[in-house]
Each structure stands twice: as C-alpha cells, then as structure tokens.
Design a binder for this molecule. Structure first.
Ligand SMILES: NC(=O)C1=CN([C@@H]2O[C@H](COP(=O)(O)OP(=O)(O)OC[C@H]3O[C@@H](n4cnc5c(N)ncnc54)[C@H](OP(=O)(O)O)[C@@H]3O)[C@@H](O)[C@H]2O)C=CC1
Ligand SMILES: N[C@@H](CC=O)C(=O)O
Length: 386
C-alpha cells in the first residue's frame, strides 16, 4: 500500500523509520513538508496536491498537528477516496463527527489509534469492549508530558519549567505545550474516548478542564505530608444515559496503581458490565511508541481488518457534571471566604492558604475556580480520591 505522509516531525519520522525496518507491503510514496529546505529526496514535496491527487497513494497519514490545514487536508483526502490515519487528537476532537461521516460516505477508513494513549492499543480495544458491554467508566492518565512533569516533581522536587523543557526535548509535548499543561490535550482525548465508547459526539464546551500550570513545589510538599500523589486524570462516567466527562488534577493514595505510573507513561482504564475493570498501560507519548500505533492502523487497512473498527457517532447523550461529587484540595494565594465556608479543613503559610473542601460537584468546583480567577485569585485545585 502506498502512503502519503503529512508532516515529518517527531511522529512522522518515527513512521518512516518503522516502515523502512518492516520491509513489508507498506511504502512511503510522498512526504509533505513545509519548506523546500526540508526536501531530502524526490519523495518530499511542499505541495499537498502532489499527494492527494496521486492515484497511486491509498492512505494519507496526518501527523502535522494543528487544526488548519489539517482539517481541510483530511476532508479532501477522504472525499477523494483515500483512507486516512491521524494521530492529531486536536483536529479529530474538533471535527470528529464530520470526519467519521465523510469517511463513511466515501467508503474509506478513518483510523486514529495513535491519537489517544500514544503507543497503547486503547482505541481499538475500547471499540472491542464497547461492542459487547455498556462501558460505565473510563478513567486514567492520558497525557505523557504532564505525567512526566508530575513524576519528576514528586520524585526529585524538580522545578516545573525545567521539567517541561525536558519533556519538550524528549518529543512528548505538543508544539504549543499549553495544550498539555492546561489539560486541553486530555480534554481532546476524553472527547475521542467518549465518542468511541458511547457512539456520541461530546462538544468541547461540555467538558470542564483544569490543568497543572499553577502547581507549585509547595503543593507537592503538602501532598507528600498527606501521603497523596497528584495525577492529571480524565473521567468519563455513564449513568442512566447521561455522561459525566471532565479533566482535573486528582490526589491519589500514594500506593495506588495510577499514583505509580512513571515518566511519559499513560494508564487508560475502562469498566464494563461483563468484562469488569481493564487497564491498558504503556508509553503515552514519544516518537516510536506513537509511530508504532500509526503503523498498526496502516497494517489494519492493508489487511482489511480495519473494517471491524468503523467509528459510529450516531447517538446523542446529555453531558451532566452536576451529580459527580468529591472533596477538593484548593491552594489560593490569599484567604478566600467562599472557600473557607465550604471547607472541612484549611491551613495557611507564607505561600498561601490550603483548603480541603467537603464534597462538591465537579460542575460547581470548575465554575467556582473560574469565578475566583476572575476575582484575581491565583489558584490550583485537585480532586481528592479518598
Ligand atoms: N509527539 C507525540 O508523542 C505524539 C504526538 N501526537 C500527535 O501527532 C501529531 C504530530 O506530532 P509531533 O510529531 O510530535 O509534532 P512535530 O511538531 O514534531 O511534527 C509535526 C511536523 O509537521 C510539520 N508540519 C506542520 N504543518 C505542516 C504543513 N502545513 N505542511 C507540511 N508540514 C507541516 C512540521 O513542520 P515544522 O517543524 O517546519 O513546523 C513538523 O515537521 C500532532 O497532532 C500530535 O498531537 C499524538 C500522539 C503522541
Ligand atoms: N503531548 C501528548 C502527546 C501524545 O498524545 C502527551 O504528552 O501525551
């Protein structure tokens, strides 16, 4: 099968490397790059038309990132009858329904294994379990960059900015790493996972998200004292045909499985009625693990196994985060009466005030944090898993 590759950065170069080693039926026919200086041989071009109009190319692999022109390129490829494999969760989450419907209308495959969980075989396994079971919970660590940062901060007291730079060097972080540290990347992956598990399209505005940007070493010291570890989690819970979907830092007991996920690793968990709990663990970011997931999709298309993994988003489910409740840790730079009123404990020092609230709904806590930020508070919060 002949492949047109869009983007040859971290993941794209990994795809080239794995396909060249495989020496199988997959062949990179053309590679789209931005600048003529990046054209290393005759396969390289700066003109998308050279790929999408090439009748020999069967599959377009989109690993450029970003929303535009990725959206337009994917739609054009599908419309012209080319299968598409993409690792770009941002463009997928924003246009999921349109991509899936366009692929169906033009009898093409649209495969996205690398978009969520990096090298972990999450998407296809989620599809497998969803075809038998009601998946009532999905949770886990879905971002390698933030897990790397949190792990280093917990283990060696490393400084946030220094570890972020390291994650960028290692090829884990997004082009704009605020997508990682503000939880947007996990929000995209939650939208994709909810779609796969429940055949529904969840809109970005429906998924409250809070990241780790304002986490400090003082917070980490507090968590150590309480024998807790902070991880950035996504949660998708399905109850009575309603979905709770949210992304927030969470304090886990230090001996729990998730608390001990190191480096750039992810853990993606699902709970189904007949299968019970399943956990998928592996590298959630990085050149070769992610490229491996892309090449798995290519092999599934080549062998036609892809026909078992058609994505369908034909249901409408209400998203409601009002009934999802737990206690929260909140650190503010100055005293806050509203937080004091709803807290079961609080303490203060020169670095600010540290509250542990009673049980609050996810909807309420995320709304409250927005209001407090608008009022000029600097704050970090994390759900507490008892
Ligand atoms: N890195 C990872 O661990 C993972 C990444 N992903 C996703 O995979 C995608 C690629 O990520 P990654 O490889 O890390 O990103 P990189 O920034 O390393 O690579 C992207 C490449 O695409 C090129 N590019 C961007 N826009 C265009 C364009 N319009 N035309 C031609 N080339 C273009 C960039 O060129 P230039 O450098 O000149 O801008 C760059 O070489 C992203 O969507 C990311 O979210 C998914 C899972 C894991
Ligand atoms: N930036 C992402 C890359 C993989 O999806 C991450 O760190 O997880």
């Amino acid at each position: 099968m002949k492949i047109g590759l869009l983007g040859c950065g971290t993941v794209g170069s990994g795809v080239v490397e794995i396909i060249e080693k495989l020496k199988g039926s997959l062949e990179i026919q053309r590679i789209l790059v931005k600048s003529p200086e990046d054209c290393k041989d005759a396969r390289y071009t700066c003109n998308y038309a050279d790929l999408v109009n090439d009748p020999e190319i069967d599959i377009i692999v989109e690993v450029m990132g970003g929303l535009h022109p990725a959206r337009e390129y994917i739609l054009e490829a599908l419309t012209k009858g080319k299968h598409v494999v993409s690792a770009n969760k941002a463009v997928i989450a924003a246009n999921f329904k349109e991509f899936v419907e366009t692929a169906k209308a033009h009898h093409c495959y649209f495969l996205i294994e690398a978009s969520t969980g990096g090298g972990i075989p999450w998407i296809k396994n989620l599809q497998r379990y969803a075809r038998i079971d009601d998946i009532f919970e999905i949770t886990g660590i879905f971002n390698g960059t933030t897990n790397y940062i949190l792990d280093q901060m917990h283990k060696s007291g490393a400084d946030f900015d220094a570890v972020l730079k390291e994650a960028q060097k290692l090829g884990y972080a997004e082009y704009d790493p605020s997508a990682d540290i503000d939880g947007i990347d996990v929000q995209n992956k939650a939208i994709i996972s909810a779609g796969i598990a429940h055949n529904t399209y969840v809109y970005k505005e429906e998924v409250p998200v809070f990241g780790i940007r304002d986490l400090t070493c003082t917070d980490i010291d507090y968590f150590h004292r309480k024998k807790k570890v902070c991880k950035l989690l996504a949660v998708i819970r399905c109850l009575n045909d309603e979905l709770a979907v949210y992304v927030e830092p969470t304090l886990l007991n230090e001996n729990s499985l998730e608390a001990n996920v190191p480096d750039n690793f992810n853990i993606c968990s699902l709970s189904g009625v007949t299968i019970g709990d399943l956990k998928f663990y592996g590298q959630g970011a990085g050149k070769l693990p992610t490229a491996n997931a892309v090449v798995q999709d290519l092999l599934d298309i080549a062998s036609d196994e892809a026909k078992d993994y058609e994505i369908v988003l034909d249901k409408t489910l209400k998203v409601n985060n009002e009934n999802e409740t737990h206690a929260y840790y909140v650190h503010t730079d100055k005293a806050c009466e509203t937080l004091q009123e709803i807290s079961r404990a609080y303490e203060s020092n020169a670095d600010g005030v540290f509250y542990e609230t009673g049980k609050l709904s996810v909807a309420k806590m995320h709304e409250l944090s927005k209001q407090l930020r608008q009022q000029g508070y600097k704050l970090f919060f994390a759900g507490i898993r008892e």
